[in-house]
Design a protein around this ligand. Structure first.
Ligand code: B12
Ligand code: SF4
Length: 509
């Protein structure tokens, strides 16, 4: 093997909360670019639903295949484990490259944790040059978007690459490298498509600096052609657009919808977008083109909070857009963030009241970030890190939120905080009253998502949750004993995530 045709292993590191039904898009994009450059690539997603891998297993696989280069995706909550993985992978003799959102926000940090080089920003234009550089076939100083250590140990950060101007020039993700069985072979396997990058917003909590502020997009034809090709090859009929704000360019969005309608392709799809970037005409067109779900970051019912986090919408816009989305037969999914450090009990109650108003129309999304997480590089992080002492929390143990498991954690947590108890990480040192209030809001969302289920089931589930919480506050031991046993409760806990979301909703971040 040479630097022109190397064996390259791309790894998404283990998480205690993620359970992927599809391979992360970034890995498949990088694999496509590397294959095009002549390399042999393997993908290892440690969170694949049917093949979850611990760090030791990943090291074994790497040692057996002996890649020349290993690339690891870094997202902040998984960084600690990724750094442990990197130090253990060193024994394999491969060169280690880091990339991804966290590596872009803090491009020098991975060099102190076992990595030989870091790619910051979009990976596609840089990855092949980075491989040549770490294998000694190109001078590292010539590779834009690369960070590395010089021979004397000093860190060099080269100038950044400009954002990719023509997204249509990128190859299709390397879907052929995925083993369907690893991900459970559901209809989600090849559902993800990206159609745009970047967002001009400046939300104070958003960790999405990777793709820049300029909204760039693929052509409508490029997007629909890819949907058709994926449908032909894999039979996919439902798609999930992973863009942050897909409808920012209305004309392009209209073109995508019109083609889907005109060609009667019969696909269905979900998108994420901003409350301020849809209108009635677009919702009508999207519904006719097969849109079945739109995820909106509503975030708060408190106008002052919306202002402080620089959200581009108002509470009144939310009141208008959510019911309108439902009127066109599209399921609106609402993301909220609780626990902004300046919020009083009344402010939190204002958010709960907005949820109540919206509850006939929406599915509430229990993302990890439903309680504020100060991601690095965000305004919230910079503003509050000293006051609350959470600098570099991702490197320590104290704030490492975990997915609660029935038996080890109280039953109500295992069901309601399926994706992790950020409340326990207590970034903003909430008072007991505020924690109780946040729990109450979570319970409200949970009950609301249950409303289409039969009354008895709903009453039993809510009583069990309340009982578990009460018992846990009196005697955690008795709570575990009582709630570990009954099979129905264990089933409920396992199904907690889907129950939470109501039936038929598909995964969103
Ligand atoms: C779909 C999605 C998910 C899905 C699937 C995630 C996945 N594994 O793909 C799910 C629902 C599981 C998910 C979960 C979470 N997510 Co998420 N997610 C996204 C989303 C919307 C799209 C990801 C995507 O496919 N992008 C398109 C691809 C092409 O981009 P990419 O993955 O970033 O890869 C590019 C570069 O990063 C780079 N790159 C990536 N890996 C590597 C590796 C190497 C070696 C190199 C050189 C380059 C490189 O090159 C790629 C091509 O340019 C992004 C936002 C966004 N628009 O990107 C957030 C995003 C990645 N998520 C984010 C977060 C915070 C989360 C959560 C932690 C919290 C949450 N929101 O609840 C959880 C993680 C849970 C946990 N405990 O670990 C943040 C990450 C921020 C950070 N600092 O790490 C993002 C950026 C959203 C944001 N704006 O805040 N998420
Ligand atoms: S609108 Fe969404 S993607 Fe854009 S800055 Fe705000 S949170 Fe981030």
């Amino acid at each position: 093997m040479s630097a022109e045709s190397a064996r390259i292993l791309l790894i998404y590191p283990p998480s205690r909360t993620q359970n992927h039904l599809a391979c992360p898009m970034g890995m498949m994009m990088l694999a496509a670019v590397l294959e095009r450059a002549g390399h042999q690539v393997r993908l290892l997603d440690a969170n694949a639903a049917n093949r979850r891998l611990a760090t030791a297993e990943i090291v074994e696989i790497a040692a057996a295949w002996q890649p020349e280069v290993i690339g690891v995706t870094l997202v902040t909550p998984l960084v600690k484990e990724a750094y442990r993985l990197a130090s253990e992978l060193r024994s394999c003799g491969a060169k280690l490259i880091a990339g991804g959102p966290h590596a872009t926000l803090l491009p020098t940090e991975p060099l102190d944790h076992g990595f030989d080089a870091v790619v910051f920003g979009e990976g596609e234009p840089t990855i092949a040059d980075a491989v040549r550089a770490v294998l000694g076939a190109a001078p590292p100083e010539s590779v834009k978007g690369l960070v590395y250590r010089g021979p004397d140990g000093t860190i060099h950060q080269n100038e950044p690459r400009p954002p990719i101007a023509d997204l249509d020039s990128l190859p299709s993700p390397a879907r052929h490298l995925i083993a369907p069985a690893d991900f459970g072979a559901t209809e989600d396997l090849h559902a993800s498509i990206f159609t745009s990058r970047g967002c001009p917003g400046r939300c104070a909590y958003c960790a999405g600096g990777l793709f820049g502020k300029k909204f760039r997009f693929r052509s409508a034809d490029g997007v629909v052609d890819e949907m058709v090709a994926v449908n032909r090859q894999y039979g996919t009929r439902h798609f999930y657009f992973v863009d942050d704000a897909m409808s920012m360019d209305r004309e392009r969005m209209r073109q995508i919808c019109r083609r889907l309608i005109d060609e009667r392709l019969g696909f269905t799809w979900n998108m994420m977008t901003r409350i301020d970037s849809v209108d009635e005409e677009l919702l009508d067109l999207a519904a006719r083109a097969g849109c079945v779900q739109i995820d909106y970051g509503v975030e708060s019912g408190n106008p002052e909070t919306l202002k402080q986090i620089h959200k581009p919408h108002t509470v009144d816009m939310v009141r208008r857009v959510i019911p309108l989305t439902r009127r066109y037969g599209i399921r609106p999914v609402a993301f909220f963030i609780l626990g902004f450090p300046w919020e009083s009990m009344e402010d939190t109650e204002a958010t709960r009241r907005l949820m109540e108003e919206l509850s006939p129309y929406v599915v509430f999304e229990p993302a990890i970030a439903s309680v504020l997480i100060p991601f690095p590089g965000t305004e919230i992080y910079e503003r509050f890190k000293d006051r609350y002492g959470f600098s570099e929390w991702w490197l320590g143990d104290e704030r490492n939120y975990d997915a609660p498991r029935s038996g080890a954690h109280p039953f109500y947590q295992a069901v309601m905080y399926r994706m992790g108890v950020v409340l326990d990480a207590d970034f903003f040192r909430y008072s007991p009253e505020m924690k109780a209030k946040i729990h109450e809001v979570f319970r409200f969302m949970f009950a609301s998502n249950f409303r289409r289920r039969n009354v008895l089931f709903r009453a039993a589930a809510l009583t069990a949750l309340d009982l578990s919480r009460k018992l846990d506050s009196i005697s955690p031991r008795i709570e575990r004993l009582l709630f570990k046993g009954p099979l129905i409760l264990r089933r409920l806990s396992r199904k907690g995530y889907s129950l939470w979301r109501g039936q038929g909703a598909s995964p969103t971040p």
